[in-house]
Design a protein around this ligand. Structure first.
Ligand SMILES: [Zn+2]
Length: 283
């Protein structure tokens, strides 16, 4: 007992010495959900420098269910249900959604009502398609993204889908929206931090997770679409700002280097295979 008290006192002392006293780390888990898939019939959309002509590429849409203590946070909300079951052909894009998020949640005994937060990396249809399916959830979004959605011209030219956010934003029901600015420690305990990465859209962001056993993971939103976007510094034709995209990439790379985080590019199949298949999880 004496030894226990001594080690507790020592732990308290080291926390004070480090200048950061945090409550005990909560139970944090990350699950990977299947939120659709798409064949880019024309991969050259991923390069404003004109690479990839005549090639195609298969990407995935992925959502991440994160348990933080008693809260459940969904990071990105996948394709809209109009792609269920698919495939739907739109120009050079062939898109399909096999199962909704709500349907997958049932596999671990969760109801849509149990989700407390839905955070979107940005307001494109393939990341926000099912945000209205969680009646008790507070939406977490960057202010710059909300502002871009309110600007009809910007929204139209960058395909930011304000209509998808109807129950949260259009109805001015902002009490269900947590608007954030920049890099934010969401729960104040260092476990979930947003990294603002403007460029793909004005309010794009990534999420840095600190898991007790698995360590740091960076979910990069659409900062990069596939591994080659990262390695070859390729910017898609549809991005809002080329130079901001490059700067945000450097910023996120620095965070990854400092934390030795595992990078998960959300649309890249190879990266998502680093994560266990649902319902298994990382913690
Ligand atoms: Zn996307």
């Amino acid at each position: 007992m004496k030894q226990f008290i001594t080690s507790l006192a020592f732990a308290a002392l080291s926390a004070t010495a480090a200048g950061a006293v945090h409550a005990a780390a909560p139970d944090v888990r990350m699950y990977r959900l299947d939120c659709g898939h798409m064949t880019l019939g024309d991969k050259s959309v991923l390069s404003d420098a004109g690479l990839y002509r005549g090639q195609s590429y298969d990407i995935v849409m992925t959502c991440y269910l994160i348990k933080h203590g008693k809260d459940w946070l969904l990071w990105d909300a996948g394709l809209p249900k109009k792609y269920l079951p698919g495939p739907v052909v739109e120009g050079t894009f062939t898109t399909a959604l096999d199962r909704t998020i709500a349907d997958q949640l049932r596999d671990i005994g969760l109801r849509p009502e149990d989700i407390t937060y839905v955070a979107v990396s940005h307001a494109h249809f393939d990341h926000a398609g099912q945000i209205n399916d969680f009646p008790n959830a507070t939406l977490i979004i960057q202010r710059a993204e909300l502002d871009a959605m309110a600007d009809t011209e910007k929204a139209a030219s960058h395909y930011i889908d304000a209509a998808l956010f109807s129950s949260h934003v259009a109805g001015k029901d902002l009490k269900r929206v947590r608007v954030i600015d920049g890099d934010v420690d969401l729960f104040g305990d260092g476990t979930l931090k947003t990294i603002h990465t403007p460029g793909h859209t004005p309010g794009s962001m990534a999420l840095l997770l600190k898991l007790n056993t698995a360590g740091y993971y960076a979910l990069s939103g659409d900062q990069w679409h596939i591994t080659e976007s990262h390695e070859r510094q390729q910017v898609p034709v549809w991005n809002y700002d080329h130079q901001q995209t490059i700067s945000s990439g450097k910023k996120l790379d620095n965070v990854i280097a400092q934390t030795r985080a595992t990078l998960v590019i959300e649309h890249e199949p190879v990266d998502n295979r680093k994560l266990p298949a649902f319902p298994r999880f990382l913690d």
